[in-house]
Design a protein around this ligand. Structure first.
Ligand code: RRO
Length: 305
């Protein structure tokens, strides 16, 4: 089975990528994963300046998924350009760099700094982090705010680097947000970011996470993510989708492909199984072959036909 696909116009050998935030910048995966064989390392969202994030505890496991209130912890763009991106490029790995900011200009400046950087296959524009100071900062909850960010990034970014807007499931009409960011110049869509949730500690009887609410990931959100991919592919069949949300197996990944995703990100599953990416690639290839597909591309959106 031909498993090759693309991020925008950039070809990649595998449709299986890391998910932003779940494998940092790729270093700790190296013992378990051939970083050149996976589609790309999607980095933890980077901002203009280093940040320590929200108070701990900031991760909680629930029976159906994981809740996080990390709060954009990271080295900042200088740390990424000096350390992590050269490390990935030396290994021949592709980086899909997630960028985040509080103001539209933050995103544009990040895109400018990343122009022409070796190994950067594209940008994931994170407009949907749930762990920000106010809901008003979740650009992806408003089509106008979302398209303002994407238009600024498209204007500033390297034309050779595709930009994917990362959407939030916490909206009433994800298709209208998708249309707005595509009209503003997004080459693709990443769906979905975590779903806003809450865990209360029965002993202290208080919210467990330092950030109070957090983003839910893992198997609990898989049907929500799949529904988002389905609705957006039905409305915008030509737009590439990077699908994610609770993918743990090749058959999970297959569902996203059949719904319309041309690539998938695997996040939470990596915490239990660091070698999940290679396993899911192999399982997806086998599942496609069993169903008579000669290539991944033939299966994209098949469930709609
Ligand atoms: O860092 C975080 O708290 C975080 C981010 Br930026 C995001 O996009 N999604 C998430 O669940 N957590």
């Amino acid at each position: 089975v031909d498993m090759s696909t693309a991020l925008g116009a950039v070809p990649i050998p595998s449709p299986v990528l890391t998910a932003s935030g779940c494998s940092a910048f790729g270093r700790e995966l190296e013992p378990f994963v051939d970083l050149t064989a996976i589609g790309a390392v999607v980095t933890k969202s980077v901002q203009l300046r280093p940040r320590s994030g929200r108070p701990t505890p900031r991760m909680a496991e629930t029976p159906s998924g994981m809740l996080n209130s990390i709060g954009l912890q990271g080295p900042g763009i200088d740390g990424l350009l000096d350390g992590e991106l050269p490390w990935l490029a030396e290994r021949g790995a592709r980086a899909f760099v997630s960028i985040a900011g509080v103001r539209v200009e933050d995103f544009a400046e990040l895109a400018t700094r990343l122009r022409g950087v070796p190994g950067v296959a594209g940008l994931e524009v994170n407009i949907s982090c749930p762990n920000v100071e106010s809901r008003g900062e979740v650009f992806a909850c408003d089509p106008v705010a979302a398209s303002d960010v994407v238009a600024a990034v498209r204007a500033a970014a390297d034309p050779a680097q595709p930009i994917y807007a990362k959407l939030s499931p916490d909206v009433t009409d994800i298709v209208s947000v998708a249309r707005a960011v595509v009209d503003a110049g997004a080459d693709g869509l990443s769906m979905i970011n975590t779903l806003l949730g809450l865990v209360i500690d029965p002993d202290t009887m208080k919210p467990l996470l330092g950030g109070i609410t957090g983003g839910l990931s893992g198997p609990a959100i898989r049907p929500v993510a799949l529904r988002c991919v389905w609705q957006v592919h039905a409305a915008l069949p030509e737009v590439p989708i990077l699908g994610m949300g609770g993918i743990r197996s090749g058959l999970d990944a297959l569902q996203f492909v059949l719904a319309g995703a041309s690539a998938v990100s695997v996040g939470t599953a990596v915490f239990n199984d660091p070698s999940a990416l290679g396993r899911i690639h192999a399982e997806l290839a086998a599942a496609l072959e069993t169903r008579g597909f000669a290539s991944l591309r033939e299966a994209v959106g098949y469930a709609h036909r």
